[in-house]
Design a protein around this ligand. Structure first.
Ligand code: NAD
Length: 356
């Protein structure tokens, strides 16, 4: 049983904690937070021991009625691994703390690639993280792109990827972010930094990306053009993507015409927090012109990286091979949307309930 600590219990950290706790081969031994906000109370309710990320603030937790198990230093010392889910740039500062205690750590995509030995996406380079001490799970956008590129590369070869990323302005709780009523080329400089980030997973890939930010909180939407190594048919590509558990090819006829309805689908199906761990590719958008493939996909920024963090732990401790780890993660969480999109997460859980 791998003993996992989560440092930074916000949008990503709280999801990682629940995902780890749902696995049979790992457990949460504590989470570290800076302040006793509503998420701290939820953590306590879920039975996660609370550690003070900033020791001087420990009394604030006591005042809020939250028992503190110790300081973050103690959590790092006790854990087999820390998943660092602090805001961008803080993870890099925390690396020294992890090194001091010889505790391996996973960082998130907001950190620069050199924070870790390996940038990770389970589908694309699981084995690169084997026995590594420091791994970075790439960003939500890079995860979404990598999951599509990997099967295309394996099946047809990829000559060049061009992707336009229409990015949500902020997460639902980030009410200080924007734009409120604008459409921003962001970054204005093209190509954007997203392409180089994808190259941390596929070093030899030709890829150019452009980014925009829009007044939305629900999901990102990618417009993709991939020049493949072979002439293909849309039907063949569609079948290939449908075989990927972490890609949901949205069937025609469901009336899912945007991110809002995708989120409704997840909530109706009883997904925790309305999460969509899968890339959501509109089946109708898969179009082919010779070797040029086009498609639209929506990426739930708050949750697509969560299964990847679980797989990174297994890779780092050499617990399972790639397929076994990904399957185990997926069935414990309920990842994978079948032909019947109603109640899919309960279905998946019930199906595999006796498995572990
Ligand atoms: P967040 O702001 O929602 O959560 C971060 C948490 O860390 C907060 O609870 C904050 O109080 C806490 N924190 C701040 N300083 C700390 C410290 N010194 N020690 C411990 N905790 C501290 O941020 P997030 O959205 O969860 O992002 C975390 C990381 O995940 C970032 O690298 C981000 O780029 C990456 N990421 C975010 C998203 C997303 O869409 N939210 C998607 C993929 C990756």
């Amino acid at each position: 049983m791998i003993r996992v600590g989560v440092n930074g219990y916000g949008t990503i950290g709280k999801r990682v904690a629940d995902a780890v706790e749902a696995q049979p081969d790992m457990e949460i031994i504590g989470v570290a937070k800076t302040q006793p906000n509503f998420e701290a109370h939820t953590a306590v309710k879920r039975g996660y021991p609370m550690y003070a990320a900033i020791p001087e603030r420990a009394p604030l937790f006591a005042e809020a009625g939250i028992e503190v198990a110790g300081e973050v230093d103690e959590l790092v010392a006790e854990a087999d691994i820390i998943v660092d889910c602090t805001p961008s740039g803080i993870g890099e500062q925390n690396r020294e703390l992890y090194e001091t205690h010889h505790t391996p750590a996973i960082f998130q995509g907001g950190e620069s690639a050199d924070v870790a030995d390996v940038s990770f996406n389970a589908r694309s380079n699981f084995d690169a993280a084997r026995d590594a001490d420091y791994v970075r799970v790439v960003s939500c956008n890079t995860t979404g792109l990598s999951r599509v590129i990997a099967p295309l590369e394996e099946e047809y070869g990829v000559e060049k990827v061009r992707a336009t990323l229409v990015r949500r302005g902020g997460d639902p709780g980030q009410n200080s972010r924007g734009p409120i009523n604008d459409i921003l080329p962001n970054p204005i400089k093209v190509p954007s930094h997203h392409g180089p980030d994808v190259k941390t997973i596929f070093p030899d890939l030709e890829i150019d990306t452009l980014g925009l930010k829009v007044p939305a909180t629900l999901m990102h939407v990618h417009a993709l053009n991939v020049t493949l190594g072979d002439d293909v048919t849309g039907a063949h590509v569609r079948q290939l993507l449908e075989e990927e558990d972490r890609i949901y090819v949205i069937p025609e006829g469901l009336g899912i015409d945007g991110a809002g309805k995708l989120k409704d689908l997840a909530l109706d199906a009883g997904r925790p927090r309305g999460d969509l761990w899968e890339n959501c590719v509109w089946g109708e958008s898969i179009g082919v012109n010779g070797r040029d493939l086009y498609l639209f996909q929506a990426i739930h920024q708050e949750s697509d990286v969560i299964p990847e963090n679980v797989d990174a732990i297994r890779a780092m401790f050499d617990l399972e091979d790639k397929e076994t780890s990904m399957q185990r993660t997926d069935r414990q969480l309920g990842v994978g949307i079948s032909g019947d999109p109603s109640g899919f997460s309960e279905q998946a859980r019930a199906e595999f309930a006796d498995d572990d």
